[in-house]
Write a protein that binds this ligand. Sequence first.
Ligand code: AMP
Length: 112
Amino acid sequence: MEDCIFCNIAHGEIPAQKIYEDDELLAFHDVAPQAPVHFLVIPKQHIRNIMETDDSRLLGNLLDQAQKLAVALGCAENGARFVINCKSDGGQTVDHLHIHVLGGRPLAWPPG
Ligand code: AMP
């Protein structure tokens, strides 16, 4: 999708600090990190949010890759937070499905 920033990153039209890439998925560091580890995992395919897909295979792969990268980036021992914001009440600001992974410090709960 032309005006989608994450589609543009997936197509190499906007630079990002990529961590992982395959035919289906891309992971990159968040441009405004909220923790020492803060990266995003996205499908390359434009899916607006988690409520707009029933592709359980893709969703499984997204989560699996997020978990593997969290371990690779040092979060195995103390853990991390895996977050999917959805639409306005969920605080989603980029309308392209993504999982946030935040780690490297204790995180408060509940969110504001
Ligand atoms: P959300 O509020 O869940 O939609 O999260 C969107 C996230 O994308 C925010 O944490 C932003 O900091 C991040 N973001 C926006 N633009 C970029 C970019 N060009 N590269 C990396 N992360 C970005």
